[in-house]
Ligand binder design. Structure first.
Ligand code: SF4
Length: 114
């Protein structure tokens, strides 16, 4: 199971990535993230990918709890992220990409101002 080929058009790359990592029980933020996912062209492959790994956050309109239920229903054994390679891949979530880009933009504008 590979990470979908995110090309920058994923909607979470255009909003605050923190929306996709709500605190446990924060249903308001989860609903906002899920509504964004509902309009995203990557919704299906994103949800399918996340269903196979034990990873945090909202992916493809599903929460960790949603994925636990779905995985049980479909008999999917979710992979625990244990190796460095696996950590590398899930850490580069669409939201993580957006966060990294925002940090780089901030740095470059700070350097431009200096
Ligand atoms: S988490 Fe997945 S489905 Fe949701 S906006 Fe990002 S890429 Fe799209």
């Amino acid at each position: 199971m590979k990470l979908p080929n995110f090309d920058g058009s994923q909607l979470c790359a255009q909003v605050d990535p923190e929306l996709f990592f709500p605190e446990r029980g924060d249903n308001t933020i989860s609903k906002v993230a899920k509504a964004i996912c509902a309009e995203c062209p990557f919704k299906k492959p994103c949800a399918e990918y996340a269903l196979h790994f034990e990873i945090r956050g909202i992916w493809g309109g599903t929460s960790e709890q949603d994925r636990n239920v779905l995985a049980r229903k479909r008999g999917i054994t979710r992979r625990v992220v244990v190796s460095l390679d696996m950590i590398k891949e899930p850490s580069e979530t669409p939201a993580a990409q957006a966060k990294r880009r925002a940090r780089a933009r901030k740095q470059s504008s700070a350097q431009g101002a200096a």
